[in-house]
Design a protein around this ligand. Structure first.
Ligand code: NCN
Ligand code: DMD
Length: 347
Protein backbone atom coordinates (compact mmCIF):
# COMPACT_ATOMS: atom_id res chain seq x y z
CA UNK A 1 0.00 0.00 0.00
CA UNK A 2 1.26 3.48 -0.85
CA UNK A 3 2.04 5.61 2.19
CA UNK A 4 -0.52 8.38 2.74
CA UNK A 5 2.10 11.11 2.33
CA UNK A 6 2.99 9.95 -1.19
CA UNK A 7 -0.55 10.62 -2.45
CA UNK A 8 -0.68 13.61 -4.82
CA UNK A 9 -2.61 16.76 -3.91
CA UNK A 10 -5.22 18.37 -6.14
CA UNK A 11 -4.35 21.63 -7.84
CA UNK A 12 -6.01 24.77 -6.46
CA UNK A 13 -9.36 25.58 -8.08
CA UNK A 14 -8.63 27.44 -11.35
CA UNK A 15 -12.16 28.83 -11.82
CA UNK A 16 -12.35 30.30 -8.33
CA UNK A 17 -8.94 31.92 -8.85
CA UNK A 18 -10.08 33.28 -12.23
CA UNK A 19 -13.27 34.69 -10.69
CA UNK A 20 -11.21 36.37 -7.97
CA UNK A 21 -8.81 37.79 -10.57
CA UNK A 22 -11.75 39.17 -12.52
CA UNK A 23 -13.20 40.75 -9.38
CA UNK A 24 -9.84 42.39 -8.57
CA UNK A 25 -9.88 43.97 -12.04
CA UNK A 26 -13.27 45.58 -11.28
CA UNK A 27 -12.40 47.08 -7.89
CA UNK A 28 -11.91 50.85 -7.60
CA UNK A 29 -8.13 51.10 -7.95
CA UNK A 30 -5.64 51.31 -10.79
CA UNK A 31 -5.13 47.75 -12.11
CA UNK A 32 -2.57 45.90 -9.99
CA UNK A 33 -2.11 48.76 -7.52
CA UNK A 34 -2.65 46.61 -4.44
CA UNK A 35 0.24 44.38 -5.46
CA UNK A 36 0.68 41.30 -3.26
CA UNK A 37 -2.62 42.01 -1.49
CA UNK A 38 -4.31 41.29 -4.81
CA UNK A 39 -2.39 38.13 -5.60
CA UNK A 40 -2.82 36.84 -2.04
CA UNK A 41 -6.61 37.11 -2.36
CA UNK A 42 -6.49 35.37 -5.75
CA UNK A 43 -4.26 32.55 -4.47
CA UNK A 44 -6.44 32.05 -1.40
CA UNK A 45 -9.53 32.00 -3.64
CA UNK A 46 -7.98 29.20 -5.69
CA UNK A 47 -7.02 27.19 -2.61
CA UNK A 48 -10.37 27.63 -0.87
CA UNK A 49 -12.34 27.10 -4.10
CA UNK A 50 -14.39 30.28 -3.61
CA UNK A 51 -14.22 33.68 -5.29
CA UNK A 52 -14.40 35.42 -1.89
CA UNK A 53 -11.83 33.72 0.38
CA UNK A 54 -11.60 34.23 4.16
CA UNK A 55 -9.05 33.49 6.85
CA UNK A 56 -11.13 34.21 9.93
CA UNK A 57 -10.65 30.71 11.37
CA UNK A 58 -6.93 30.03 11.74
CA UNK A 59 -5.35 26.96 13.29
CA UNK A 60 -1.83 27.06 14.71
CA UNK A 61 -0.01 23.92 15.84
CA UNK A 62 3.38 24.28 17.50
CA UNK A 63 5.38 21.03 17.62
CA UNK A 64 8.12 20.73 20.25
CA UNK A 65 10.93 18.18 20.35
CA UNK A 66 14.56 17.76 21.37
CA UNK A 67 17.56 16.94 19.23
CA UNK A 68 20.52 14.63 19.81
CA UNK A 69 22.77 17.00 17.92
CA UNK A 70 22.33 19.60 20.68
CA UNK A 71 25.11 17.77 22.57
CA UNK A 72 27.56 19.07 19.94
CA UNK A 73 27.29 22.61 21.34
CA UNK A 74 25.39 24.05 18.37
CA UNK A 75 22.91 26.24 20.28
CA UNK A 76 23.31 29.35 22.42
CA UNK A 77 20.80 27.90 24.94
CA UNK A 78 20.67 24.73 27.04
CA UNK A 79 18.51 21.86 25.87
CA UNK A 80 16.31 22.21 28.96
CA UNK A 81 14.73 25.30 27.35
CA UNK A 82 12.62 23.17 24.99
CA UNK A 83 10.72 21.60 27.89
CA UNK A 84 10.66 24.84 29.85
CA UNK A 85 9.07 26.64 26.92
CA UNK A 86 6.25 24.07 26.86
CA UNK A 87 5.18 25.43 30.24
CA UNK A 88 5.47 28.98 28.89
CA UNK A 89 3.27 28.08 25.89
CA UNK A 90 0.68 26.59 28.24
CA UNK A 91 0.69 29.64 30.49
CA UNK A 92 0.31 32.11 27.63
CA UNK A 93 3.68 33.82 28.08
CA UNK A 94 5.36 32.73 24.84
CA UNK A 95 5.37 35.06 21.83
CA UNK A 96 3.13 32.74 19.81
CA UNK A 97 0.62 32.50 22.66
CA UNK A 98 0.36 36.30 22.71
CA UNK A 99 0.16 36.58 18.90
CA UNK A 100 -2.50 33.86 18.65
CA UNK A 101 -4.63 35.30 21.46
CA UNK A 102 -4.41 38.82 20.01
CA UNK A 103 -5.84 37.54 16.72
CA UNK A 104 -8.34 34.94 17.94
CA UNK A 105 -6.36 32.15 16.29
CA UNK A 106 -6.65 28.63 17.70
CA UNK A 107 -3.32 27.52 19.22
CA UNK A 108 -2.41 23.97 20.16
CA UNK A 109 0.98 22.66 21.20
CA UNK A 110 2.18 19.10 20.63
CA UNK A 111 4.96 17.66 22.79
CA UNK A 112 6.68 15.00 20.66
CA UNK A 113 9.41 14.34 23.22
CA UNK A 114 11.68 16.61 25.24
CA UNK A 115 14.57 15.78 27.57
CA UNK A 116 13.23 18.01 30.34
CA UNK A 117 9.62 16.82 30.18
CA UNK A 118 7.19 19.00 32.16
CA UNK A 119 4.41 16.36 32.02
CA UNK A 120 0.73 17.18 31.57
CA UNK A 121 0.00 20.82 30.78
CA UNK A 122 -3.22 22.54 29.66
CA UNK A 123 -3.33 23.01 25.88
CA UNK A 124 -0.32 20.74 25.32
CA UNK A 125 -0.95 17.35 23.71
CA UNK A 126 1.45 14.58 24.68
CA UNK A 127 2.39 12.53 21.61
CA UNK A 128 5.77 11.43 22.91
CA UNK A 129 7.96 9.56 20.43
CA UNK A 130 11.18 9.60 22.50
CA UNK A 131 12.90 12.10 24.80
CA UNK A 132 15.07 13.19 21.89
CA UNK A 133 16.24 12.15 18.46
CA UNK A 134 19.59 10.35 18.20
CA UNK A 135 22.56 12.48 17.22
CA UNK A 136 22.78 12.43 13.43
CA UNK A 137 26.55 12.83 13.70
CA UNK A 138 26.86 9.09 14.24
CA UNK A 139 23.39 7.62 13.73
CA UNK A 140 20.10 8.25 11.95
CA UNK A 141 18.13 10.86 13.91
CA UNK A 142 15.05 8.60 13.82
CA UNK A 143 14.11 4.96 13.35
CA UNK A 144 11.61 4.30 10.66
CA UNK A 145 8.71 3.90 13.14
CA UNK A 146 9.65 7.16 14.82
CA UNK A 147 9.57 9.01 11.50
CA UNK A 148 6.18 7.47 10.68
CA UNK A 149 4.86 8.47 14.11
CA UNK A 150 6.04 12.07 13.63
CA UNK A 151 4.54 12.34 10.13
CA UNK A 152 1.27 10.89 11.44
CA UNK A 153 1.23 13.36 14.33
CA UNK A 154 1.31 16.17 11.78
CA UNK A 155 -1.49 14.53 9.82
CA UNK A 156 -3.64 14.31 12.97
CA UNK A 157 -3.11 18.01 13.69
CA UNK A 158 -4.62 18.73 10.27
CA UNK A 159 -7.63 16.51 11.11
CA UNK A 160 -8.19 18.60 14.24
CA UNK A 161 -7.75 21.83 12.27
CA UNK A 162 -10.34 20.72 9.75
CA UNK A 163 -12.74 19.54 12.44
CA UNK A 164 -12.33 22.98 14.01
CA UNK A 165 -13.36 24.65 10.74
CA UNK A 166 -9.92 26.10 9.96
CA UNK A 167 -9.52 28.14 6.78
CA UNK A 168 -5.73 28.39 7.13
CA UNK A 169 -3.06 26.21 8.75
CA UNK A 170 0.05 27.56 10.45
CA UNK A 171 2.70 25.25 11.91
CA UNK A 172 5.41 26.31 14.32
CA UNK A 173 8.20 24.60 16.21
CA UNK A 174 10.30 24.70 19.34
CA UNK A 175 13.44 22.60 19.67
CA UNK A 176 16.90 23.57 20.87
CA UNK A 177 19.36 22.56 18.14
CA UNK A 178 16.78 22.42 15.38
CA UNK A 179 18.37 25.09 13.17
CA UNK A 180 21.31 22.68 12.81
CA UNK A 181 18.96 19.86 11.89
CA UNK A 182 17.03 22.10 9.46
CA UNK A 183 20.26 23.33 7.82
CA UNK A 184 21.62 19.79 7.49
CA UNK A 185 18.35 18.65 5.92
CA UNK A 186 18.39 21.62 3.55
CA UNK A 187 21.99 20.83 2.53
CA UNK A 188 21.07 17.22 1.78
CA UNK A 189 17.88 18.06 -0.14
CA UNK A 190 19.46 20.85 -2.20
CA UNK A 191 23.08 19.63 -2.46
CA UNK A 192 24.05 22.89 -0.75
CA UNK A 193 27.14 23.53 1.33
CA UNK A 194 26.89 23.83 5.15
CA UNK A 195 28.38 27.38 5.06
CA UNK A 196 25.47 28.58 2.95
CA UNK A 197 22.66 27.21 5.10
CA UNK A 198 24.10 27.55 8.62
CA UNK A 199 23.18 30.58 10.70
CA UNK A 200 23.35 31.71 14.29
CA UNK A 201 20.02 30.19 15.37
CA UNK A 202 19.30 31.33 18.92
CA UNK A 203 22.46 33.46 18.73
CA UNK A 204 25.63 31.35 18.72
CA UNK A 205 28.96 33.19 18.54
CA UNK A 206 31.56 32.69 15.82
CA UNK A 207 32.95 29.56 17.48
CA UNK A 208 29.42 28.15 17.80
CA UNK A 209 28.74 28.83 14.14
CA UNK A 210 31.97 27.01 13.19
CA UNK A 211 30.91 24.03 15.37
CA UNK A 212 27.56 24.00 13.62
CA UNK A 213 29.08 24.02 10.13
CA UNK A 214 31.53 21.30 11.17
CA UNK A 215 28.72 19.16 12.64
CA UNK A 216 26.72 19.43 9.43
CA UNK A 217 29.76 18.62 7.31
CA UNK A 218 30.41 15.54 9.46
CA UNK A 219 26.78 14.44 9.23
CA UNK A 220 26.73 14.80 5.44
CA UNK A 221 29.89 12.68 5.23
CA UNK A 222 28.52 10.06 7.60
CA UNK A 223 25.18 9.77 5.76
CA UNK A 224 26.56 10.17 2.22
CA UNK A 225 24.50 8.31 -0.37
CA UNK A 226 21.66 8.66 -2.84
CA UNK A 227 18.78 8.90 -0.36
CA UNK A 228 15.28 10.08 -1.19
CA UNK A 229 13.73 13.02 0.67
CA UNK A 230 11.90 10.87 3.21
CA UNK A 231 15.14 9.07 4.06
CA UNK A 232 17.02 12.38 4.47
CA UNK A 233 14.26 13.54 6.79
CA UNK A 234 14.65 10.33 8.84
CA UNK A 235 18.44 10.65 9.01
CA UNK A 236 18.86 14.40 9.59
CA UNK A 237 15.47 15.73 10.69
CA UNK A 238 13.72 15.93 14.03
CA UNK A 239 10.35 14.84 15.38
CA UNK A 240 8.94 18.38 15.07
CA UNK A 241 10.40 18.84 11.58
CA UNK A 242 8.86 15.57 10.40
CA UNK A 243 5.53 16.36 12.07
CA UNK A 244 5.41 19.67 10.20
CA UNK A 245 6.29 17.88 6.95
CA UNK A 246 3.40 15.50 7.59
CA UNK A 247 1.06 18.37 8.45
CA UNK A 248 1.95 20.30 5.30
CA UNK A 249 1.39 17.28 3.07
CA UNK A 250 -1.90 16.39 4.79
CA UNK A 251 -3.16 19.98 4.62
CA UNK A 252 -2.34 20.25 0.91
CA UNK A 253 -4.03 16.90 0.26
CA UNK A 254 -7.13 18.27 2.00
CA UNK A 255 -7.11 21.63 0.21
CA UNK A 256 -6.25 23.63 3.32
CA UNK A 257 -4.03 26.68 2.63
CA UNK A 258 -0.77 26.80 4.59
CA UNK A 259 1.16 29.82 5.86
CA UNK A 260 4.80 28.84 6.44
CA UNK A 261 6.81 30.50 9.22
CA UNK A 262 10.64 30.82 9.27
CA UNK A 263 13.80 28.88 8.56
CA UNK A 264 12.95 25.66 10.39
CA UNK A 265 9.39 25.42 9.07
CA UNK A 266 10.67 26.20 5.56
CA UNK A 267 13.06 23.23 5.80
CA UNK A 268 10.06 21.06 6.73
CA UNK A 269 8.10 22.54 3.82
CA UNK A 270 11.00 21.80 1.48
CA UNK A 271 11.00 18.17 2.66
CA UNK A 272 7.24 18.05 2.03
CA UNK A 273 7.66 19.41 -1.51
CA UNK A 274 10.53 17.01 -2.22
CA UNK A 275 8.43 14.07 -0.97
CA UNK A 276 5.30 15.24 -2.79
CA UNK A 277 5.85 18.14 -5.28
CA UNK A 278 2.10 18.82 -5.62
CA UNK A 279 2.22 20.34 -2.10
CA UNK A 280 3.91 23.48 -3.42
CA UNK A 281 0.83 25.48 -4.66
CA UNK A 282 -0.70 25.17 -1.18
CA UNK A 283 2.16 27.03 0.55
CA UNK A 284 2.24 30.75 1.28
CA UNK A 285 5.44 32.09 2.85
CA UNK A 286 5.11 34.62 5.65
CA UNK A 287 8.58 36.06 6.16
CA UNK A 288 12.27 35.83 5.57
CA UNK A 289 13.92 34.96 8.85
CA UNK A 290 17.18 36.55 9.90
CA UNK A 291 18.64 33.04 9.90
CA UNK A 292 21.31 32.98 7.18
CA UNK A 293 20.29 30.31 4.73
CA UNK A 294 16.57 31.00 4.82
CA UNK A 295 16.78 32.98 1.56
CA UNK A 296 18.29 29.96 -0.19
CA UNK A 297 15.62 27.58 1.08
CA UNK A 298 12.95 30.04 -0.07
CA UNK A 299 14.60 30.49 -3.47
CA UNK A 300 14.71 26.72 -3.93
CA UNK A 301 10.90 26.77 -3.85
CA UNK A 302 10.60 30.04 -5.78
CA UNK A 303 8.94 31.50 -2.70
CA UNK A 304 8.43 35.22 -2.13
CA UNK A 305 7.95 35.86 1.59
CA UNK A 306 5.64 38.69 2.65
CA UNK A 307 7.74 40.23 5.42
CA UNK A 308 11.37 40.77 6.34
CA UNK A 309 11.39 42.03 9.92
CA UNK A 310 14.62 40.52 11.22
CA UNK A 311 12.65 37.85 13.13
CA UNK A 312 14.47 34.67 14.19
CA UNK A 313 12.27 33.19 16.88
CA UNK A 314 10.38 30.29 15.33
CA UNK A 315 7.22 29.14 17.23
CA UNK A 316 5.17 30.25 14.16
CA UNK A 317 5.68 33.83 15.30
CA UNK A 318 6.50 35.16 11.81
CA UNK A 319 3.48 33.49 10.26
CA UNK A 320 1.21 34.84 13.00
CA UNK A 321 2.69 38.29 12.41
CA UNK A 322 1.87 38.08 8.68
CA UNK A 323 -1.69 36.85 9.30
CA UNK A 324 -3.18 40.39 9.38
CA UNK A 325 -1.95 40.89 5.81
CA UNK A 326 -3.90 37.86 4.64
CA UNK A 327 -6.98 39.05 6.52
CA UNK A 328 -6.67 42.54 5.04
CA UNK A 329 -6.22 41.09 1.54
CA UNK A 330 -9.49 39.16 1.99
CA UNK A 331 -11.32 42.19 3.44
CA UNK A 332 -10.27 44.43 0.54
CA UNK A 333 -11.18 41.76 -1.96
CA UNK A 334 -14.65 41.21 -0.49
CA UNK A 335 -15.61 44.73 0.51
CA UNK A 336 -14.15 47.26 -1.92
CA UNK A 337 -16.63 48.77 -4.38
CA UNK A 338 -16.41 48.01 -8.08
CA UNK A 339 -16.12 50.82 -10.64
CA UNK A 340 -19.76 50.22 -11.61
CA UNK A 341 -21.02 50.24 -8.00
CA UNK A 342 -19.17 53.45 -7.12
CA UNK A 343 -19.73 55.27 -10.42
CA UNK A 344 -15.99 55.72 -10.96
CA UNK A 345 -14.60 55.91 -14.50
CA UNK A 346 -12.45 53.03 -15.71
CA UNK A 347 -9.24 53.33 -17.70
O1 NCN B 1 12.74 29.34 12.17
C1 NCN B 1 13.55 30.28 12.32
O2 NCN B 1 13.66 31.20 11.48
C2 NCN B 1 14.41 30.29 13.56
C3 NCN B 1 15.60 30.97 13.55
C4 NCN B 1 16.36 30.95 14.70
C5 NCN B 1 15.92 30.26 15.84
N1 NCN B 1 14.76 29.58 15.80
C6 NCN B 1 14.27 28.90 17.03
O3 NCN B 1 15.37 28.67 17.91
C7 NCN B 1 15.48 27.31 18.24
C8 NCN B 1 16.62 26.69 17.49
O4 NCN B 1 17.80 27.46 17.57
P1 NCN B 1 19.17 26.70 17.88
O5 NCN B 1 20.18 27.80 17.98
O6 NCN B 1 18.96 26.02 19.20
O7 NCN B 1 19.36 25.77 16.77
C9 NCN B 1 14.19 26.66 17.87
O8 NCN B 1 13.37 26.59 18.99
C10 NCN B 1 13.61 27.55 16.79
O9 NCN B 1 12.23 27.70 16.96
C11 NCN B 1 14.00 29.60 14.69
C1 DMD C 1 13.73 31.29 25.15
C2 DMD C 1 13.56 30.65 23.79
C3 DMD C 1 12.31 30.65 23.17
C4 DMD C 1 12.18 30.05 21.92
N1 DMD C 1 11.14 29.89 21.08
C5 DMD C 1 11.53 29.24 20.00
N2 DMD C 1 12.81 28.98 20.13
C6 DMD C 1 13.26 29.46 21.28
C7 DMD C 1 14.51 29.44 21.88
C8 DMD C 1 14.68 30.05 23.15
C9 DMD C 1 16.02 30.06 23.81
Amino acid sequence: MTSWYLRACAQPHAEAAAAARQRQAQLTKPAGSLGRLETLAIELAGMQGRALPAVDAVWITVFAADHGVAAAGVSAYPQAVTGEMLRNFAHGGAAIAVLAAAQQAELEVVNLGVVNDPGELPGVRREIIAASTASFLSDAAMHDEQLEAALASGQRSVERARAGGAQLLICGEMGIGNTTSAAALGCALLAESPEHLSGRGTGVDDAGLRRKIEAIRKALDFHAGAHDAREWLRRLGGFELAAMTGAYIAAAQQRLPILVDGFVTTAAALAAVKIQPSVRPWLLFSHRSQEAGHARLLAAMDAQPLLDLGLRLGEASGAATALPLLRLACALHANMATFAEAGVSEA
